[in-house]
Design a protein around this ligand. Structure first.
Ligand code: ADP
Ligand code: MG
Length: 347
């Protein structure tokens, strides 16, 4: 709840104006002590939370419209990784003050993405305090049709299903969000056009929900890339008790910005070092692409899923029995892995 008095707009008026919309999928939306969601027979509920803290995950003066988009996008990305269909979400919001222009823009960005995915805001909490946004999403995924050994009984795509010999794929492009951050914090210089396009990736990521749904039954494991490719692939390897080799030559082409800096048509000359390019691609963070694995026998099925979801995918490596993550260049020579993914509590 919001501290009593002080604002011209009270807590409940704020919730009514900016966060109350029709919720046809829910039995009951905003307004009671609990929201109510129906559970379809044979379906399971996929649940995930992500918190965004001002100064930690975003610049406090960021455009509130993109912030509303991103707060939900990072949550939908978790549903995408599991192959779950978005249904609803809750929003726990701490706000320094009730600024109508800020709230309107935040709400517009939030519902713009929510409506695009048919994901309904069904409740939340609102309090006065340093800007902090916590969303919990609810998605649905079919229960298992066949029991897969000791795996949980579900058709959700899990981190734990990668098998030796599986291909490793990444969706879309990687590293551009990190490049934007490097430029916004003054460590590199980008042209206005390059910065605008990189910032779009940082501030308005596209959750790969359609790809995740299309990969159900095809991918053996998946994770979304929030902290950097190598770190998030590492989670799959750990949960699957496997290792992997990743080809950095393939990975480097995942940087959309890469085309700007290299080759005869490079618009801005070759001013991005190979090391920084690899750091952005392999460990950049904030990409919200999917890293997933699939048996080699599923290559054409993966391509079909890529086409049907209109999401490009690139094969970058292979799952192996030997534990650990190995990097090789285009000639198969070892590349030292000095790339560190983001960790809030890294010593
Ligand atoms: P309670 O006191 O029972 O926690 P509140 O008085 O805080 O409930 O909230 C009233 C109603 O408004 C509840 O249905 C709650 O889920 C909803 N709500 C509160 N904050 C938000 C928000 N930021 N977005 C959407 N719904 C919200
Ligand atoms: Mg209550």
């Amino acid at each position: 709840m919001v501290r009593p008095g002080g604002e011209s707009m009270g807590e409940f008026e704020l919730i009514r104006r900016y966060f109350t919309r029709p919720t046809p999928k829910a039995v009951l939306g905003v307004g009671d002590d609990c929201a109510l969601l129906p559970m379809a027979a044979g379906m399971q509920m996929a649940v995930s939370s992500d918190m965004l803290v001002a100064g930690r995950h975003f610049f406090p003066d960021v455009d509130p419209r993109t912030l509303g988009h991103k707060a939900l996008a990072v949550n939908l990305s978790d549903l995408a990784a599991c192959g779950a269909r978005p249904v609803a979400f809750t929003l726990a919001l701490a706000l320094p003050d009730a600024n109508p222009a800020w709230l309107q823009a935040f709400s517009d960005g939030l519902f713009g993405l929510a409506d695009a995915h048919g994901c309904e805001l069904i409740g939340g909490d609102t309090t006065q305090g340093p800007l902090n946004i916590c969303i919990t999403v609810f998605g649905e995924v079919p229960a298992g049709s066949v029991q897969r050994g000791s795996q949980p009984d579900t058709q959700a795509i899990l981190r734990s299903g990668a098998q030796t010999g599986d291909d490793i794929y990444v969706s879309g492009t990687l590293g551009d969000a990190r490049l934007a951050l490097e430029a916004m914090q003054g460590r590199i210089q980008l042209s206005a056009a390059a910065l605008a396009s990189a910032r779009q990736r940082l501030e308005q990521p596209t959750p790969r929900v359609a790809l995740g749904l299309a990969l159900r039954g095809i991918a053996s494991a998946a994770a979304d890339i929030s902290d950097g490719l190598l770190g998030d692939l590492g989670h799959i390897l750990e949960r699957s008790a496997r290792g992997a080799t990743v080809n950095t030559e393939l990975a480097i082409n995942l940087l959309a910005m890469h085309a700007y800096f290299t080759g005869a048509s490079g618009k801005f000359g070759n001013m991005l070092s190979p090391q920084l390019t690899l750091q952005c691609v392999l460990a950049g963070g904030d990409d919200y692409e999917l890293v997933f694995t699939a048996p080699a026998a599923q290559r054409s099925a993966v391509l079909a899923a890529s086409h049907s979801s209109e999401t490009p995918v690139t094969r970058i490596g292979q799952i192996e029995a030997a534990h650990g993550l190995r990097l090789v260049d285009g000639h198969g020579a070892a590349v030292a892995n000095t790339f560190t993914s983001f960790d809030h509590f890294a010593p």
